[in-house]
Design a protein around this ligand. Sequence first.
Ligand code: GDP
Length: 284
Amino acid sequence: MSAAPTLPKRKTGKGVGPGVGTGSTPKSGSTAAAAPGDGSGPAPRPAPQPGTRPGPRPGKSIEKRRARQANRAPRQTRALTAEFVAAVAASDDVAAGPPEVALCGRSNVGKSSLVNALCQQKALARTSRTPGRTRRICLFDVVLDGGQTVRLVDFPGFGHAEVPLSMRDEFAPMIQGYLEGQTQLRAVVVLIDSRRDTDSDAVGFVEWLHEQRLPVVVVATKIDKIPKNLRFPVLARMKRDFGLQRPPLGVSTVDGDGVQALRLAIRDVCHPRVPGKKGSRVQP
Ligand code: GDP
């Protein structure tokens, strides 16, 4: 007889909030939690029942969860439009525009494919590579679905080490000048082919970018070429070799891996969120 009241109590407690702090809500809380109207008013508190333990206010916890969800940034962003702006040789060849992210990498690393994928266009980067523009820095303005505009700066393919070390590379002075002179630049995405051994040139380039106090995002391209069970070791090796705090982002334009994450990272570095203000972003 005396066991009867305790059993339903435990069952209800488990069913209410698995893994959430509301788990100890008593029976009355469980029906209240399921009722859709529960969070509609300002902190509705069920009348305390005699003999019911004062639990952690079910209505409040649901409100908190809803507020958290409302505050959460969307996990994806799309490119609404993307357009070629200009092919320049120096940062002051074009008027200052939206916040920028530069993409650097050796020829054939997959840079054009990635620019197209980020812009959600098939041939934007390649068509901009008409003869007169291949030796220039190509700028693309991308409008994201949240209304933010970011500028992608597509450098000509080059050997990394020549930028800081010597000026052997014909593009080095142009790229170095742009990286040092562009005030709108928010980060540099360094593309490394995930199938290649880490070369010391690339490591030197990343170190140089750090010295310039430019935020760097290292991206491992063509990750689809690496078998899934080897991706973690490959990215871990790159993390170690480049002295990064986290593994690089593996990206594939063939199956789309990592492209969304990179687009989000670019949006966030160009338009950081205002802490404590729902959905607000810092104006550039
Ligand atoms: P860029 O010279 O750095 O602009 O490189 P491209 O974007 O032109 O790509 C060079 C080659 O790599 C092309 O044949 C692309 O089809 C190929 N490629 C680019 N991205 C990927 C990828 O994510 N996965 C695979 N498997 N191939 C890729």
